[in-house]
Design a protein around this ligand. Structure first.
Ligand code: ADP
Ligand code: MG
Length: 420
């Protein structure tokens, strides 16, 4: 299978050549013909397998072939995504893939001035990538019209259709023409969302590339059990001992993100943060600096879990486990992209046993536990497995409380020295 045999036009083929894309990924091979044929589509494919190009390439082609016909404030193709950073990235992908095409494209998300977005919309757009909140703002100010809308894409579709966005999405659906093409893409779809999606799509093509809801095999995953209060210390310890380079660290709360970043910075480590309380320009700057390798540790909430494509990121750490099991797959998927390898490590405390069990059940794997000498938890994390069970009740270990008193076994000490 080649991009030529998929029937892509010359300007796109030239661009793919420049990017060094030699052949379509499986999701691209299956989705591109369906999108070109104007079919509705639900596509499930693992993280980092090129879903963006799977919808962007055929849409760019169709918009070009149909010729420029965009009226003022009109949008022909709307792509909705859950976060501002992802909106920016998907927009940049459209610009990259469509570099040789005469199309008008823009991006709209909150936290930055709405005026430039309104100006761009005035002449109409072939492609608008947006987050739902800002899109509705623009709509309520008559800055965007949907009469000419042909295609709606929901990237990270299961997230877009879940409860968090339901009010906004209902308002968007009410504003869009009923006659349109709808495309859904994600690495995860729960059964509930699958059913909802079914009601949204007309005679859809279904693309399912790998086993449902799975993590990428090339990402080595393991867990360390530890007491909650010792997580920062353990993170620092692993960072030094294992000589980690760049790490994306996920923390449950915004406050927790800042606290960990403070601890790291106090140790002289180059760390920055991304979370919802931070001004948007600072959020984007932190991500750009991390992508450019100028920041070693990026500490983030789940706002960074979905879709972000960070080249050659070797390490993801779950400082806290995600509340929603699907997010584990997305967080893990920030590494091991486009065929690369990676590692995802979870620091798990006794409180998180239910989350751990849910993750193992969803991903149909039992996470390997690797103990870290000197960090054995006082509050044991019960045994879990892929059957979704926490098999044993938490047991309190009889162990000295202060870390200094813990006697590290000789062999473990030697092994740890070797790695250093
Ligand atoms: P997904 O949305 O499935 O997580 P992305 O669309 O973000 O994945 O793509 C992941 C990475 O793979 C990007 O860096 C992209 O440039 C690269 N990529 C996409 N398609 C191909 C291809 N056919 N050949 C090589 N690399 C590709
Ligand atoms: Mg994606």
């Amino acid at each position: 299978m080649s991009f030529v045999s998929l029937g892509l036009i010359d300007p796109l083929l030239r661009c793919l050549d420049t990017l060094g894309y030699q052949k379509p990924t499986p999701v691209q091979a299956q989705a591109i013909p369906a999108v070109l044929a104007k079919r509705d589509l639900m596509a499930a494919a693992q993280t980092g397998t090129g879903k963006t190009a799977a919808f962007a390439l055929p849409l760019l082609q169709r918009l070009t072939m149909e010729g420029p016909q965009v009226g003022s404030n009109a949008v022909r193709c709307l792509v909705l995504v859950p976060t501002r950073e992802l909106a920016q990235q998907v927009y940049e992908s459209f610009c990259t893939y469509g570099a040789n095409l005469p199309l008008r494209m823009h991006v709209a998300y909150g936290g930055v001035s709405i005026n430039p977005q309104m100006m761009k919309l005035r002449k109409g757009l072939d492609v608008l990538v947006a987050t739902p909140g800002r899109l509705l703002d623009l709509y309520s100010q008559n800055a965007v019209k949907f009469d000419a809308l042909q295609t709606l894409v929901l990237d990270e579709a299961d997230r877009m259709l879940d409860l968090g966005f339901s009010r906004e999405l209902d308002a968007v659906f009410a504003a869009l023409p009923k006659q349109r093409q709808t495309l859904l893409f994600s690495a995860t779809f729960s059964d509930v969302i699958r059913k909802m999606a079914g009601e949204l799509l007309v005679n859809p093509v279904s693309v399912e590339v790998s086993p449902r809801n799975t993590t990428v095999k090339a990402v080595k995953q393991w867990a360390v059990t530890v007491d909650k209060k010792r997580k920062p210390e353990l993170f620092m310890h692993l960072l030094k001992k294992r000589r980690w380079g760049q790490v994306l660290v996920f923390v449950k709360t915004r406050k927790g993100v800042e606290q960990l970043a403070d601890i790291l910075q106090a140790e002289g480590i180059n760390a920055d943060t991304i979370h919802g309380d931070k001004p948007q320009p600072a959020r984007l700057r932190a991500l750009e600096r991390f992508k450019a390798g100028e920041v070693q540790i990026l500490v983030a909430t789940d706002v960074a879990a979905r879709g972000l494509d960070i080249d050659a990121l070797p390490q993801v750490v779950n400082f806290d486990l995600p509340i929603v099991a699907e997010d584990y797959i997305h967080r893990t998927g920030r590494t091991g992209r486009a065929g690369a390898t990676g590692e995802a490590i979870s620091l798990v405390c006794a409180d998180e046993v239910t989350q751990l069990a849910a993750i193992e059940m969803l991903t149909k794997q039992t996470l390997q536990r690797i103990d870290e000498a000197g960090f054995e938890p006082e509050h044991r994390v019960p045994v879990t497995d892929a059957g979704g069970k926490a098999m044993k009740k938490p047991k309190k270990l009889k162990q000295p409380k202060s870390p200094q008193q813990i006697i590290v076994p000789k062999a473990a000490k030697q092994a740890s020295r070797k790695r250093r």
